[in-house]
Write a protein that binds this ligand. Structure first.
Ligand SMILES: Nc1nc2c(ncn2[C@@H]2O[C@H](COP(=O)(O)OP(=O)(O)O)[C@@H](O)[C@H]2O)c(=O)[nH]1
Ligand SMILES: [Mg+2]
Length: 311
């Protein structure tokens, strides 16, 4: 995971150190200047862009490093690479921190009883799989979970979810095919309230964010279920398109938080960083595989470790 990113940040670090040591020349000790880094910024930004990092985000990283190194006193005998890596890590961390979600789902579930989460997103991003993983997350914490499919039209949509639920031993709220998704979700929430469920997970039909009718349908699901969180599921491989999806869903339905899937399949990792930097939404979980336990709470330190840690 993130191998290419690891390599590219390694090469960036070396290029920056080289620039600084050239500027240092024969002088024994001096302060690093902003320009020691900035004069190479075009080349550095380009390298990051080649690793799938969006241009603005790449620029932000390079400027962030230049600013952090500006004024740092170094001597010729110092391990420059270590100094640069430290600042590079800080610059990336600042970006990753934007995605941190401060809530606690388990605590929230105990408070709300039931905690209602609506999952939405474009087809194929991993919504249904993610709901199964999230159901597992809550049952592991000893909570009573109900899953409901707000997709009553697509053949197989309910079956897929029902199979996951039976494997996980989690109740699944069934609906008649073709019934109104809003009505089904309404019934499911009433049922969960009466039966003392802690959590209700609501799947919705995969839709293109450009499809107005389906956007209206999801709005109705939101209206009747009054979710605690409207969660947008995004495929980390889709980069800039994920950023557009976030903007559109936010405009029509409102997005409280995101889940980023397929980090394990993300060879470069640059698109994931760009999404985190640009969607302006907290990230509750990241998907790291196809198994039910392949779900992690979003943690910038963990991502930094994947980029900078030794393997
Ligand atoms: N490698 C990997 N595959 C995933 C992940 N999440 C989902 N998938 C796969 O993505 C595909 C689409 O998932 P699905 O849940 O049906 O997407 P939906 O259309 O949004 O409901 C399936 O093959 C999943 O196994 C993940 O975190 N990692
Ligand atoms: Mg699905």
């Amino acid at each position: 995971m993130f191998k290419a990113l690891k390599n590219v940040f390694g090469s960036i670090r070396s290029a920056i150190s080289k620039g600084i040591s050239e500027a240092l020349g024969a002088i024994a000790s001096r302060e690093i200047r902003y320009d020691d880094v900035a004069k190479r910024s075009d080349e550095l930004v380009l390298r990051l862009v080649e690793a799938d990092i969006a241009y603005e985000v790449a620029e932000e990283i390079v400027i962030g490093v230049a600013k952090r190194l500006d004024g740092v006193r170094i001597s010729r005998f110092e391990d420059l690479d270590a100094v640069v890596e430290d600042k590079l890590r800080e610059a990336i961390k600042e970006i990753l921190l934007r995605g941190v979600w401060k809530g606690d789902l388990v605590k929230l579930a105990a408070e709300r009883k039931p905690l209602k989460l609506v999952f939405m997103g474009v087809n194929g991003v991993g919504k249904t799989t993610t709901i199964a993983k999230v159901a597992r997350f809550f049952t592991k914490h000893g909570l009573k979970v109900l899953v409901v499919a707000g997709d009553t039209f697509r053949a197989g949509a309910q079956e897929q979810l029902a199979i996951h639920c039976s494997r996980l031993g989690v109740p699944f709220f069934r609906a008649k095919y073709g019934s109104d998704p809003g009505a089904v979700v309404y019934d499911a929430v009433r049922h969960a309230e009466k039966q003392g469920y802690d959590v209700v997970l609501i799947d919705t039909a995969g839709r293109q964010h450009t499809d107005r009718d389906l956007m209206e349908e999801i709005k109705k699901i939101v209206r009747v279920s009054k979710p605690d969180l409207k969660i947008l599921v995004l495929d980390s491989l889709t980069g800039n398109d994920a950023v557009n999806q976030a903007r559109e869903f936010d405009k029509y339905v409102g997005v409280d938080a995101a889940i980023l899937t397929k980090l394990d399949a993300n060879a470069t990792g640059g698109s994931a960083i760009s999404i985190i930097a640009s969607i302006g939404k907290p990230i509750v979980f990241v998907g790291v595989g196809q198994g039910y336990d392949d779900l992690e709470q979003y943690d910038p330190e963990k991502i930094l470790e994947r980029i900078f840690g030794g393997e």
